[in-house]
Design a protein around this ligand. Structure first.
Ligand SMILES: Cc1cc2nc3c(=O)[nH]c(=O)nc-3n(C[C@H](O)[C@H](O)[C@H](O)COP(=O)(O)OP(=O)(O)OC[C@H]3O[C@@H](n4cnc5c(N)ncnc54)[C@H](O)[C@@H]3O)c2cc1C
Length: 409
């Protein structure tokens, strides 16, 4: 009898996991289940070039269509896994089919948080997670007019940038004082605020949304400041929540995500988890972290696959993500729930700089903005917990490599 491995969730992490299982020689039965009707695709273009109409549909997919048949992957699209019986090692799909597994990977991702306020159900109040959401938004972009973006996190900020680039009239509502404040803090949030202001976005900061109003379709947004903003449609980007229901109902430990150990194994020994859905013990940080970014899905899917094959390798990559808004590209590496101060190398006003977040005398995160090929030395500074001197860190004349002791590099 050959083994059966099932991957529940046909997103980026799931697709990279099945690819790795075959690459690593798994020759048993392999089933990939996804509740969307599309084969696995990457989401970053959905707020950037694909949303603006600058990229072809075919460019978003993880694999060419023929990949799955060529690698003998039984792909079930438009099928949701609804129940999991850990004792019998069976997964139940929404059409009633029962599937036995020897190993299961939960790569169920995350879904947008929804607003529960008056008018939230009106036509034209949109969210962005799937390519179907994106196609609906693209169609609104094509019609032009005005949009209110609720939330200036990464998705809201990128949607605002794409909408402005397409010539729409854009207002951003954000309860915090600057965009992205929770992740980047006030200094870097101010940089992004100014980038949007320079491109003609109206930034209503320190202002939340109270209600959507209109007859059948949204026509205006009522703000926490008591005024209203007219719009043709609204996009809500207020964060995501991990999709843990399947695991939770089966009795697998969950918290802020499906809880897993360093090898991405859940509290059920034959069940692993990867991507946006998992909160995994991280060897470097000594705690569980959940990372909602592309590179994490890219690396954790394969890492979980190898551990499903018994390799017993801890997943220890440092978090990394990127964002593109207008002509400003950035990469962020590290994990900084708290920090003491931010040191800049280069001039933030010129939008070509590196920012370092420090805790005590060492760097906990770094972000390069329109500066490239520096992620490796930034990661070494973090990983080696190098004691840094703020002045040398800020001095573009001192190569970053020179800050890392020779024995650590
Ligand atoms: C618009 C947008 C832009 C982004 N831009 C960036 C960026 O610039 N940089 C960056 O680093 N990250 C970005 N991200 C984040 C990145 O795309 C995610 O981190 C990544 O998609 C996570 O992959 P995943 O496979 O874990 O989850 P997902 O991509 O969410 O895939 C999970 C899949 O599983 C399916 N599923 C869930 N439950 C079940 C079930 N019970 N049965 C069957 N199927 C199920 C879901 O429908 C989904 O298709 C962006 C995300 C979005 C939405």
């Amino acid at each position: 009898m050959t083994d059966t491995f099932i991957v529940a969730g046909a997103g980026f992490a799931g697709a990279k996991a099945v690819e790795t299982l075959r690459e690593e020689g798994f020759d048993g039965r392999l089933i990939l289940i996804g509740d969307e009707h599309e084969r696995p695709y990457e989401r970053p273009p959905l707020s950037k070039d694909y949303l603006r109409g600058d990229a072809e549909r075919e460019t978003i997919y993880v694999h060419p269509e023929r990949f799955y048949a060529e690698h003998d992957v039984d792909v079930r699209l438009g099928r949701r896994a609804v129940e999991l019986d850990l004792g019998a090692r069976e997964l139940v799909l929404d059409d009633g089919e029962w599937l036995h597994y020897d190993r299961l990977l939960l790569a169920t991702g995350a879904e947008p948080r929804r607003l529960a306020i008056a008018g939230a159900q009106l036509d034209g109040v949109l969210y962005l997670r799937s390519v179907a959401d994106c196609d609906a938004l693209r169609e609104r972009f094509d019609r032009g007019g005005s949009v209110v973006v609720v939330g200036a996190g990464w998705i809201g900020s990128e949607v605002a940038a794409s909408a402005r680039t397409r010539g729409l009239d854009v207002t951003v509502l954000e309860p915090q004082a600057v965009p992205l404040e929770r992740v980047l803090g006030p200094e870097l949030g101010a940089v992004y605020r100014d980038i949007h202001l320079d491109h003609g976005v109206r930034m209503r900061l320190g202002t939340g949304v109270e209600a959507f109003e209109g007859a059948g379709a949204v026509e205006r947004v009522r703000t926490s400041a008591g005024d209203t903003i007219d719009c043709d449609f609204a996009v809500v980007g207020i964060g995501v929540r991990p999709r843990t229901e399947l695991a939770e109902r089966a009795g697998i430990a969950t918290g802020d995500g499906i809880l897993a150990d360093e090898q991405l194994r859940t509290s059920a020994p034959e069940v692993f988890a990867a991507g946006d859905a998992v909160s995994a013990q991280h060897p470097f940080y000594g705690e569980r972290i959940r990372v909602e970014h592309w590179a994490n899905a890219l690396e954790q899917g394969p890492a979980a696959a190898r551990n499903m094959l018994g390799r017993e390798q801890p997943y220890e990559r440092l978090p990394y993500f990127f964002s593109d808004q207008y002509d400003v590209g950035m990469e962020y590496t590290g994990y900084a729930p708290t920090w003491d101060r931010v040191v800049f190398r280069g001039d933030p006003a010129a939008r070509e700089f590196i920012a370092f977040w420090l805790a005590g005398d060492h760097v906990v995160a770094g972000m390069n903005v329109n500066v490239w090929d520096v992620v490796d030395p930034i990661q070494r500074l973090i990983r080696e917990r190098v004691t840094v001197d703020d002045r040398r860190l800020a001095d573009p004349g001192v190569p970053l490599d020179a800050l890392v002791p020779a024995e650590a590099s």
